[in-house]
Design a protein around this ligand. Structure first.
Ligand code: PGA
Length: 247
């Protein structure tokens, strides 16, 4: 059974609503010529989601959010819930990104709560896991990544695992230009796939300084099903080239 390929652009704290519309005005015409089998997602900041949702309606490009709360409503100042995202056509949500773990108190436990909510609300969770440079140097990469994956997916029924997307994002490779060797990424991703029963149809993306030049070497690996892309997703031409090279 072949696993679907996904390329998701994580815009982080970049692009106003007006800049989002300019990006999409340039990217959408290019997207028609990109390989049809690749699922393309863009994840703008919350304030750009209404404009992006309107512009993406009827297109092949799916809309992602960069996080969400696990409750559907309530006294959580500054937070955004699944129904608020669904209202604007959000189909995917990135959960457990290392920047949110480091700066916004995201924990394995909150990631797990959010995964359950996303699945219940029919939003595809893209769950990020990955080790720091120190953890890699200490030889604890495998242990760390297995621990994060098992915690994020705790209690998820086996039949729901194909509705989850995982992303292996070594933290030392994010935004540094020092991408992980593709064969090593594949080794870790194979281990992720086998650490829980039932992940054989779950797409696993690589993230960390992926670009149009190096993406082909990743997707050539048997356990890499696409990418979660930061910096190289911000320019419409370079993101389109990256997707074109991801088949
Ligand atoms: P990068 O970011 O592609 O800029 O390294 C990836 C990510 O943080 O998802």
């Amino acid at each position: 059974m072949s696993v679907r390929t996904i390329v998701a652009g994580n815009w982080k704290m970049h692009k106003t609503a007006a800049e989002t519309v300019s990006f999409l005005d340039a990217f959408l015409p290019l997207s028609d010529a990109l390989p049809a089998a690749i699922e393309i997602v863009v994840a703008p900041p919350f304030t750009s989601i209404p404009a992006a949702g309107a512009r993406l309606r009827g297109s092949r490009v799916r809309l992602g959010a960069q996080t969400m709360h696990w409750e559907l409503s309530g006294p959580f100042t500054g937070e955004v819930s699944a129904p608020m995202l669904l209202e604007f056509g959000v189909t995917h949500v990135i959960l457990g990104h290392s920047e949110r773990r480091a700066f916004c108190a995201e924990t394995d436990h909150s990631v797990n709560l959010k995964v359950h909510t996303a699945l219940a609300q029919h939003i595809t969770p893209i769950v990020a896991v990955g080790e720091t440079g120190d953890e890699r140097a200490a030889g604890s990469t495998d242990e760390r990544v297995i621990e994060q994956t098992r915690a994020a997916l705790a209690g998820v029924p086996r039949e729901a695992l194909s509705s989850v997307v995982l992303a292996y994002e070594p933290i030392w490779a994010i935004g540094t230009g020092k991408n992980c060797d593709p064969a090593e990424a594949n080794r870790v991703m194979a281990m992720i796939r086998s650490c829980i029963d039932g992940l054989h149809e779950t797409p696993i993306l690589y993230g960390g300084s992926m670009n149009a030049e190096n993406v082909a070497a990743y997707v050539a690996q048997p356990n890499v099903n696409g990418g979660l892309v930061g910096g190289a997703s911000l320019d419409p031409q370079s993101f389109a080239s990256l997707v074109a090279n991801a088949q």
